[in-house]
Ligand binder design. Structure first.
Ligand code: PLP
Length: 450
C-alpha cells in the first residue's frame, strides 16, 4: 500500500468529529487511522506497518483478510445478506453444527448472538431460568462483557462505574499462584485452597440461591491465568453437588487461542454452557453464541425461551463462521497455535524473562501468553499500581510506545503485556515480534529497583 498521509489526516478529523469511542475520555485519546491489514500485520496511512501481537482485541485468530473467509462473505452477501432468526437457514444451521461438533460433551444446541457480552447475558438468563435461582458467582480478575448482567459479573475495574444495581453478582477469588490469596506455595495447594474458598463462599451465600458459577476457562484480559491441575474439575464437582449450572466463558480462550478448539479440552471438563464469540469467525462479522447442554436445552422444549435478537444467527456472520472454522481445520491453524506456543513462544519468553528484571512471571499456552511486569522480582510489586492511569501508568505507556516505534502492536493491560498474536502466525513473525518486545522491555527495566 502506498502511504497517503493526507487521507490519514482526513480519517483522523472525521473520527474526532463524529465517533464516540469505547471506555475512553473522548478528549484524551488519539485513535490511529488504519488503512488496512493482511495476515499478522496492519498498517497506517503514513507508511508504518505493525505486527499485531494483540490480534486486535484478541479476536483475529486467523489473521486479517483471510482470503477464504473474505470470499465466503462476498458469496454470502450475493446470495442472502439477512434473514430473520425464526427461519431455518443453511449457513446458520451449518455453523451451529460445526461449533457443536467441537464443543465437549452434549453441548449440541447453539443460541446465536452478535458478540461475547450478549452470549454471557443469555447464558446467565438460561441458568437462572433453568434453576429458578437468582445469583451468579464469578471471580475477581475476570471480564465477561459490558451489557448489564455481563458487566456486573465482571471482576475488574470496568465494572466499578457500572455497579448500579449489581444484585445477584457474587465474586470470589480464583486460583493465581504467583499472587496467591491462599498462602499457597504449590499449584496443588493453590488449587485445593481456591476450591475450599469457593465452597465456603457458596455455603455463606446459600447454595439454593446460586444459579451459576461462570469462569473464563483461562482468564484472558485478567492476565492469562492458566488454572492449576484439578481446579476446573473441582468446580465441576462442586457445581454438581449443589445443582449449580457451570458456565465456561470461552469468548477469548476458544477457537484455537490456547492451541485447542476450546480451552476446556485441555482440562477434561464439560460445563453446562459455553459462551463464545471472537475467534468463531475472527470478528470479520459480529458473532457470538451459547453452546447449550441437552439438559438445559430440554428446559426450553415445551416452555418458550424468553430471549431473542433481530440478528441472531445472521447469515453473513454465520457464513463467515462456516468458512473460518473450515479454513482453521483445513489449514491446521489450531495445531499451529499449539506447536508455536510450546516450541517457540514459550521458550523464547522464558529466555527474555531471564534477561529482564522487569519480567516477574511468564505464563500461558498456545498463542495466549502474559508477561507479569514487576518493580521488584523479590516482592513481586507490580510495575504499575492496579488500574493505574496517567503518570502512575508511565512505565507501561513507555513500554508500549517503544513496541510501536519498533513496528510491534502490543497488548497492554495494567502491569502486563500479553503475547496474543493470530493462531496463524509464523515462526519468523514470532521471532521478529519478540525481538522488538525484548528491546522495548528495557523501558520497563528502567523502572525496576534492580
Ligand atoms: N467474555 C470474555 C472472556 C471476553 O474476553 C470478552 C471480551 O473481551 C467478552 C466476554 C465480551 O465480548 P464482546 O466484547 O464481544 O461483547
Amino acid at each position: 500500500s502506498v502511504p497517503d498521509p493526507a487521507a490519514g489526516q482526513a480519517v483522523r478529523a472525521a473520527d474526532r468529529a463524529h465517533v464516540f469511542h469505547s471506555w475512553s475520555a473522548q478528549g484524551l485519546i488519539e485513535p490511529l487511522p488504519v488503512a488496512g491489514g493482511e495476515g499478522s500485520y496492519f498498517w497506517d496511512y503514513d507508511g508504518n506497518r505493525y505486527l499485531d501481537f494483540s490480534s486486535q482485541l484478541v479476536n483475529t485468530n486467523i489473521g486479517h483478510q483471510h482470503p477464504k473467509v473474505v470470499a465466503a462473505i462476498q458469496e454470502q452477501a450475493a446470495r442472502m445478506c439477512t434473514m430473520a432468526p425464526g427461519f431455518a437457514v443453511d449457513v446458520r444451521a451449518e455453523a451451529a453444527r460445526l461449533v457443536a461438533e467441537r464443543t465437549p460433551g452434549d453441548l449440541d444446541k447453539i443460541f446465536w448472538t452478535n458478540g461475547g457480552a450478549e452470549a454471557v447475558e443469555n447464558a446467565v438468563r438460561m441458568a437462572k431460568l433453568h434453576t429458578g435461582r437468582p445469583k451468579v458467582m464469578s471471580t475477581y480478575r475476570s471480564y465477561h462483557g459490558h451489557t448489564a448482567a455481563a458487566i456486573h459479573i465482571t471482576g475488574e475495574p470496568r465494572r466499578w462505574a457500572n455497579d448500579t444495581g449489581a444484585a445477584g453478582a457474587v465474586h470470589f477469588f480464583g486460583p493465581h499462584l504467583y499472587r496467591s490469596h491462599f498462602y499457597a506455595e504449590t499449584q496443588e495447594q493453590e488449587s485445593a485452597r481456591a476450591l475450599a474458598h469457593l465452597e465456603q463462599t457458596i455455603a455463606y451465600e446459600g447454595p439454593g440461591t446460586i444459579a451459576a458459577v461462570i469462569l473464563e476457562t483461562v482468564p484472558g484480559t485478567a492476565g492469562v491465568l492458566v488454572p492449576p491441575p484439578g481446579y476446573l474439575a473441582g468446580v465441576r464437582e462442586i457445581c454438581d453437588r449443589y445443582g449449580i449450572v457451570f458456565i465456561l466463558d470461552e469468548v477469548m480462550a476458544g477457537f484455537g487461542r490456547t492451541g485447542a478448539w476450546f480451552a476446556a479440552d485441555h482440562f477434561g471438563v464439560t460445563p453446562d454452557l459455553i459462551t463464545f464469540a471472537k475467534g468463531v469467525n475472527s470478528g470479520y462479522v459480529p458473532l457470538g453464541g451459547v453452546a447449550i447442554s441437552a439438559e438445559i436445552a430440554a428446559t426450553f422444549d415445551q416452555r418458550p425461551y424468553p430471549g431473542g435478537l433481530t440478528y441472531s444467527g445472521h447469515p453473513l456472520a454465520c457464513g463467515s463462521a462456516v468458512a473460518t472454522i473450515n479454513a482453521m481445520a483445513e489449514e491446521g491453524i489450531v495445531a499451529n497455535a499449539a506447536q508455536i506456543g510450546e516450541n517457540v513462544i514459550g521458550p523464547a519468553l522464558r529466555e527474555i524473562a531471564d534477561r529482564h528484571p522487569s519480567v516477574g512471571e511468564v505464563r500461558g499456552m498456545g498463542v495466549f501468553w502474559a508477561l507479569d511486569l514487576v518493580r521488584d522480582e523479590e516482592t513481586r510489586e507490580p510495575l504499575v499500581p492496579y488500574n493505574a492511569t496517567g503518570a502512575a501508568n508511565a512505565p507501561m505507556a513507555e513500554f508500549a510506545a517503544a513496541c510501536k516505534r519498533g513496528g510491534l502492536w502490543p497488548f497492554v493491560n495494567m502491569n502486563r503485556t500479553h503475547v496474543v498474536p493470530p493462531c496463524t502466525i509464523s515462526e519468523a513473525e514470532v521471532k521478529e515480534g519478540l525481538a522488538v518486545l525484548d528491546e522495548a522491555l528495557g523501558a520497563a527495566d528502567a523502572h525496576t529497583t534492580a
